[in-house]
Design a protein around this ligand. Sequence first.
Ligand SMILES: Cc1ncc(COP(=O)(O)O)c(C=O)c1O
Length: 416
Amino acid sequence: MAFPEQIDDPPLKHLFDVSEGAGLEQEGVIRLTAGAPGPSLLQACSEVFKQAWARTLEKCNDVNVFQYGIAAGSWEFREELSKFLTESYGESVRRSDLILTCGATHGLQIILNTLLAPGGMIFVENATYMIALDVFKEFPSSSIESVELDANGIDPEDFEKKIMQWKNAKNWITSEEKPFWAMLYCIPAFQNPTGTSLSHTRCLRLIELARKHDVLILCDDVYNLLAHNNPPRRLFAYDRPDVYTFGGHVISNGTFSKILTPGVRIGWLEVPPRIAERLRKSGILRSSGSVNHFMSAVVTSIMEMGLQKQHLELLRSTFKERMLSLMEVLGENLPKSCTFHRSEGGYYIWLELPEGTDAADFCNFSAEHFKATAYAGKYFSKSKTSCMRLAVAYHVKDDLKKAAELICKALHAYLK
Ligand SMILES: Cc1ncc(COP(=O)(O)O)c(C=O)c1O
């Protein structure tokens, strides 16, 4: 294999200057692609950090903040996080179940490294978060199978069918260290890209299936707290330890990227005791001396000072307002042959164009002729190529409404 002598390394200041799918503010095209907060929300963050920074440095009489930390994350960080999550979810979160990470992507990688049998099976929702698919490609000995998803989340019957197809297909080599032959990666609340949430009945059924077939379920619970009303109960809370079938099959993978800001690179895993024990022994976590220890101290201050709660409320109400206005425009202007899911939180709206429409071609057409576009379904699924994802996180309300109007006009012209 030939390696290039030099790679393209343009002097970009930030991700959205150019880069794939972005170039968000270029050529006068409004791109509803980014799953990240825009400049006005980042500005508010800078005030939060100024205050917390001062407090963290005051606390630095305790020089240990500059030292390696303990593998699971500092006691103070996990204590504050458990209080914050317990209040925000309205359901108990135990400090001892929490492990500090550098964000949900890192959480996913740790779990793949530590718990899944080599070559273990990975089930994903059809459609799913596109970059998680890239993460899975870095585990090439694993097979990936997609499971159908509808307005109530992942379809348990299809899940069981796929489990049965794969379970006996191979001699899975599990061990005490890597106990799971298979993992389901899912986003149960305000899913990326469809905006759907897993119903109560399906949560119960998924737990039954995970226990029966010994499958680990990793939930990217990254949008739960961006609920327009009460946050949906996370699947982790359904995996109750008070019944004899309990084994601890669910992990809740959380992040400050969506409730504070992505640049901070702080997240957490909420795991059952047997997995907490395993993770605390992880060479990577131990050698890292708790990942991102100093920044976790800053985030601890943010939580202690009540700034996290305040900032989350700003994000939640801003995204709610934006999403409701976007859905209003779509409701009034979309061609009758198109439908969309009414999201009740998170960042995304999933638009279904008439079957057979090439959404990628439409997105290019819309950018070129109507100066507004979004991500085509092909990035999230092999089969949902007639769908597209609209994200509300980055642009301010007026730009979003304008983009939605333009996309609707483009659809009328394209589908004629
Ligand atoms: C479902 C999902 N998981 C993970 C991430 C990335 O999270 P983090 O920034 O914490 O790595 C995203 C970001 O868009 C996401 O949508």
